[in-house]
Ligand binder design. Structure first.
Ligand SMILES: Nc1ncnc2c1ncn2[C@@H]1O[C@H](COP(=O)(O)OP(=O)(O)OP(=O)(O)O)[C@@H](O)[C@H]1O
Ligand SMILES: [Mg+2]
Length: 304
């Protein structure tokens, strides 16, 4: 296997502020690679450097062997992009949006017409081809942006939060489309705040915080690094009981947030044996997941 995207000591500064701080990564051709992290972590900035929308301050970033600073044209040719912010033309119809975008790539009209039809079909917007974009719902616009990102038949697809704001049906549709594109050999870069989505789709991911990578690997392997296979959630814990409860849980890694105590353990029965005399409104035992890891490594406080 060989990396199709390679970052070496990549730094991005906006003025004095360092948004991306010396990160290195290899993305294998044909893989689905995730960038996770809290708001403001630097995910979009990394994407934008890859698709040559912002400059790289220092370090080296190559896409299919082409340096993004020296050969942005060559890089853009093989990329499809779904940016985080919708930038469709609201005055045009769905179909016209695809045609207009295709002009940047110099694709012959006859080919574009066929591709546009196929792509609207692909994202289930074929019945909306004549609708002005401003009449589309948020989820439809997202799907149109995905179709637009595919108009130049890219080898690499960059998806910056493609499913944010989508209903469950649309989200599952987009997941299936991503898997289908991957089967066709397209390399996909994904950012998402939905941990179950990342766990379901990504071959490999990095977790970013304050512009630095704080974890990387396959989602299943990363989850195994947590201190237990299950989490027991104790809900509606009264403030006055917290210290007493925690003192009985010394054998287990645990964390209190608000009125809930999270206990890493392999069985709720053993945990509850330690808590005789306490009653809880609700006790949930579930498998550990990527969200547990995310919160454990980046904390529970808001970033914005
Ligand atoms: N053009 C800019 N000028 C100055 N600072 C910027 C600019 N763009 C982004 N930043 C800052 O860089 C940091 C990283 O932003 P970025 O958009 O990459 O975050 P993100 O991980 O994509 O966050 P989110 O999950 O909210 O989309 C933030 O602190 C942001 O305020
Ligand atoms: Mg972003």
């Amino acid at each position: 296997m060989s990396p199709i995207i390679r970052g070496q000591n990549v730094v991005k500064k906006y003025g004095d502020f360092t948004a991306v701080n010396n990160v290195s990564f290899d993305i294998e051709s044909g893989s689905l690679f995730g960038f996770l992290g809290p708001n403001g972590a630097g995910k979009t900035t990394i994407m934008k450097m890859i698709y040559c929308f912002v400059t790289v301050t220092s370090g080296r970033l190559t896409v299919d062997g082409k340096d993004v600073m020296q050969n942005p044209r060559g890089v853009k040719e093989i990329l499809g992009v779904v940016p985080q912010e919708d930038n469709l033309d609201p005055d045009l119809t769905t179909y016209e949006n695809l045609l207009t975008y295709a002009r940047y790539y110099g694709i012959p009209k006859r080919i574009v017409a066929r591709r546009a039809e196929e792509l609207l079909d692909f994202v289930s917007l074929d019945k909306k081809d004549d609708s002005p974009v401003e009449e589309l719902s948020g989820g439809m616009k997202r799907r149109l942006t995905l179709a637009r990102g595919l108009i130049n038949e890219p080898r690499i697809l960059i998806l910056d939060e493609p499913t944010t704001g989508l209903d469950p049906q649309a989200r599952h549709l987009v997941w299936q489309k991503m898997r289908e594109l991957k089967r066709r050999g397209i390399t996909i870069l994904l950012t998402t705040h939905y941990m179950e989505e990342a766990a379901y789709l990504c071959d490999e991911l990095v977790l970013i915080d304050h512009g630095e990578f704080i974890a990387r690997g396959n989602p299943d392997d990363l989850i195994k690094e947590l201190p237990g296979e299950s989490v027991v959630e104790l809900h509606d814990v009264r403030n006055e009981d917290k210290a007493k409860i925690e003192s009985r849980l010394n054998d287990y890694e645990n964390e209190c947030f608000g009125d809930t105590i999270y206990v890493y353990a392999d069985s709720s029965r053993k945990v509850m044996d330690n808590l005789n005399g306490f009653t809880f409104a609700r006790v949930i035992e579930r498998k550990t997941n990527l969200e547990d890891l995310f919160l454990r490594l980046t904390g529970r406080s808001l970033r914005d």
